[in-house]
Structures are given as structure tokens and as C-alpha cells.
Write a protein that binds this ligand. Structure first.
Ligand code: IMP
Length: 431
């Protein structure tokens, strides 16, 4: 395993953090390549819970280099809070590196995110209101403030002024808000720069050095394929590219540097925020999935929408990311449901059979799922550690998903704990 990209294969919250945590153990460098603190990973280690929004969870391994790549948008206050929280719990954060080229989330980005959603009213996207969209907007408009700017007082002030000027109209409702005082923001961000300075680095070079010396790099994606700005259910998407190709741009490596791409998917589907969701359930099965799967957002605490697994979406994700493996999480949540349904194709509102994820938004909005039914299982599988331990129905379910997705399932999650996993084939680190 020299260099592997981990991506979400659905609408996020698939449990990427746990998979990253497991693979980080055998990686030398872990680097986040997109998104910001709209992400949230929960890691359970020896019964202790850790929540991460920006720092790769690999930081829990002593001496591991964990980097936040140039493709990430960073709220420095949140990052410092996370660093301090880890320090207080005795975690060594000296291996944390932050790209000097990563863009910063500024106070006005957060205000604009909230105001933008309010303006959309019923058409709102349901963003996490962390300023992600406006920060990426400024990056593309070349009005972004980068991590390196926090180390240069003159440049910082000029750039903040230049970024805020064109937003005067939009920011008028916040005219008297002290958080938007040019002097105050400059001082605040200089302070952040001072505190983050020991961690600021050329993270692309860190990856190259690792790759050149035969070390392994793990590229950690946030959000997921169906939230991708280009390939997701636009406009109900995030403002970055969570697909595997973005690992190259967001970390600064080339496509030939990547050996494997792992997609993470739940054994069912969830989504937070607005937008189409073909297999969404509003019945007692949806309630079962939400309650048993504890489907409430790590970042915003919002209730997640729940539904059956959708292999139409999964095949789309396999193709877009060039998946070489799948990790199926939360299989234990399906226990007690009989039959288990899996959407294998859609039917358009005109009655056409759709075996591929429709590219047209109107078609997707009108599509209904067509299910195959598989026998369920009732056993608690939380203690299973090998495929042979799993009930036959659970094994059949995995085989079915693997065949339908056309990608081998290497790893299965059977509970929230780090040890609650089943490795398949020869993918286990001890194989
Ligand atoms: P934003 O990324 O905050 O702009 O939100 C855009 C859309 O992406 C909304 O539907 C969010 O709910 C969704 N989203 C953003 N981050 C995550 C995540 O980490 N998990 C699940 N959904 C997310």
C-alpha cells in the first residue's frame, strides 16, 4: 500500500474517518485534500471519542505526519481549537503540517454563507453555514486569503481590504458588526498566523519526499462523490471536488502517484441538507436506520435523511473515482430488517428504465427506485471479526453489493468501535 485515496461514495458521513484511521496505521503521511470544517469524523479509540473537523485522524498515531493540503479551506480559529483540544488530551500534534497555500475561511465568508441561504429561502441548499462556499468562491475569484498571508501583516491587511471591497453591497446588513472591522480582522488573523507558524509548510513537498523514498501516503477526502461540485447533484452539492481526482490537485501530486482508490459507503444511504435522494424512506424503516445508526450530523447535529442502499449511485461513484476497493460501513444497522432492499435501477417519471445515474437534474428529481429484495438477518453482528462469523444473509448481501458495484469490498464495519471490522480477501494488514 504505497499511496491510497479515500473518498466518500455516497452523500457523506459514510464513516470515512474510521477507514482513514485504520489505513493510517500503515501509512507514513496522511493528507486532507479538500473541503473544510464542514466535515466531521468521529473516531472511537479505547472507548474514548474524538471528533475531527480539519485535522486528519491519523494524528492519534504518535509520530505520524498529518497534513492539511492546499485544497482545503481552513477556518484558523477552528483549527487552533482542534489543536488545543488534542493537546489537552495528551495527543502529540507536532506532526501536524498545514499547507501555506491553503485558503482561509474569513468571518465574512461565514456571514455570507448564512445570508445566502436565508436569501434562497425554500430553495436553500442546506449548507453547514461554515463559510465553505464563499471561501471557495473567493479562491476562484482570486480574492482569497491564504495561510501564508497570515505571516505578512502588510499583505494580509491589503488582501482583506481587497476581498471585502467588492462585497460591500452584500455585507451591508453587517456594516456595524465588529467582526468585520478591517483592523480587528487583520489583528485576529495575524494572531492565528503566529500560533500556526510552527505547523505551516510546503505540504506538496512532504508528499513528494515520502513518495520518492518509498513511503506510503494516504489522501483523505471529505464529503463525498454525490456532493461533488462537478459530478454531484448540483446545486445541492458542496463547493469543492470530493472525487479522487481532486486528491492530486488538493495535495499537489500527479495521477501516476496514486496506486489505490477506496470508496466508503454505508450499507444503506443517508444525506443531510436538501437535494434529490431517490431511495429516501419516510416510514418505520427510515426511523430504524436513523435511530439504530445514530444518524445525526457530527458537524451540525442535524437529523440525517435515511434510505436503502442505492447501487445506481454506487456504480456512478465507482466510475467517477476509479474505485479499486469499497469499504462498507454500518452493516450492523441492517440487523432486524427483513427483507433488505437495494435499489438496482431507477424508473423515470415517463416510465423509462434508468440503469445509470441520470445526468439531467429534472430526470433525477422525478426518478423512483426499483429494488431487489434480499433476506435480512436478525443477529447482532457487532462481535464478528471475520467473514465466516457473519450470518449467511449478511454475507450474501455483501456479495450482492460487490457484484452490483463491480468493485471488491475489502472492509466491512460492524459497529462504531475501531476493532469492530471485518477484513475481506487479502486486504487485512495482517494478511
Ligand atoms: P457546504 O459544504 O457547507 O457548503 O454544504 C453543501 C452541502 O453539502 C449541504 O447539503 C451539506 O449538508 C453537505 N455537506 C457538507 N459537508 C458534509 C459532510 O461532511 N457530510 C455530509 N454532508 C455534507
Amino acid at each position: 500500500m504505497s499511496s491510497t485515496v479515500i473518498v466518500g461514495a455516497q452523500w457523506g458521513d459514510e464513516g470515512k474517518g474510521k477507514v482513514v484511521d485504520l489505513l493510517a496505521e500503515r501509512s507514513d503521511v496522511v493528507i486532507r485534500f479538500q473541503g473544510g470544517n464542514n466535515a466531521g469524523h468521529t473516531i472511537v479509540r479505547d472507548g474514548e471519542e474524538f471528533k475531527f473537523h480539519l485535522i486528519p485522524s491519523g494524528i492519534l498515531y504518535e509520530g505520524k505526519t498529518c497534513a492539511i493540503g492546499n485544497g482545503v479551506v481552513i477556518d484558523p480559529g477552528v483549527l487552533i481549537g482542534e489543536i488545543e483540544g488534542l493537546r489537552r488530551r495528551g495527543i502529540d500534534v507536532s506532526g501536524l503540517r498545514v499547507s501555506a497555500n491553503a485558503h482561509l475561511i474569513m468571518p465574512y465568508h461565514i456571514m455570507l454563507d448564512t445570508a445566502g441561504e436565508a436569501k434562497l429561502g425554500k430553495l436553500e441548499i442546506g449548507t453547514t453555514k461554515r463559510g465553505i462556499g464563499p471561501a471557495y468562491t473567493d479562491k476562484a475569484a482570486r480574492l482569497g486569503i491564504r495561510v501564508q498571508d497570515m505571516l505578512d501583516p502588510k499583505i494580509l491587511r491589503k488582501k482583506i481590504f481587497a476581498a471585502m471591497e467588492p462585497k460591500r453591497q452584500l455585507l451591508r446588513p453587517f456594516e456595524r458588526d465588529p467582526r468585520l472591522d478591517l483592523h480587528a480582522i487583520t489583528e485576529e488573523y495575524l494572531g492565528y498566523g503566529h500560533r500556526l507558524e510552527p505547523h505551516i509548510a510546503d505540504t506538496a513537498r512532504i508528499c513528494w519526499d515520502a513518495l520518492d523514498t518509498g513511503k506510503s501516503v494516504l489522501f483523505e477526502g471529505a464529503q463525498a462523490t454525490l456532493l461533488d461540485l462537478d459530478h454531484g447533484t448540483y446545486p445541492f452539492v458542496t463547493s469543492s471536488n470530493p472525487v479522487a481526482g481532486a486528491a492530486c490537485v488538493g495535495a499537489g501530486v500527479g495521477p501516476t502517484d496514486i496506486d489505490e482508490v477506496w470508496g466508503v459507503a454505508k450499507a444503506y444511504t443517508t444525506r443531510v441538507g436538501a437535494g434529490p435522494f431517490t431511495t429516501e424512506l419516510f416510514d418505520e424503516v427510515g426511523t430504524h436506520l436513523r435511530d439504530k445508526g445514530n444518524e445525526f450530523g457530527t458537524t451540525t447535529g442535524r437529523e440525517r435523511r435515511c434510505g436503502w442502499l442505492d447501487v445506481v449511485g454506487l456504480r456512478y461513484a465507482a466510475r467517477l473515482n476509479g474505485l479499486s476497493a469499497l469499504a462498507i460501513t454500518k452493516l450492523d444497522v441492517l440487523a432486524g430488517l427483513d427483507p433488505i432492499r437495494v435499489a438496482v435501477r431507477y424508473r423515470s417519471s415517463e416510465g423509462a428504465v434508468l440503469s445509470e445515474f441520470p445526468y439531467h437534474q429534472t430526470v433525477l428529481h422525478g426518478a423512483t427506485p426499483e429494488y431487489e429484495e434480499l433476506p435480512g438477518f436478525s443477529e447482532d453482528i457487532g462481535e464478528c471479526r471475520s467473514e465466516a462469523d457473519l450470518p449467511q444473509a449478511a454475507r450474501d448481501y455483501l456479495d450482492f453489493v460487490e457484484r452490483q458495484a463491480g468493485v471488491p469490498i475489502n472492509l466491512v464495519g460492524v459497529g462504531p468501535g475501531r476493532e469492530q471490522i471485518v477484513w475481506r480477501g487479502d486486504s487485512s494488514p495482517s494478511a
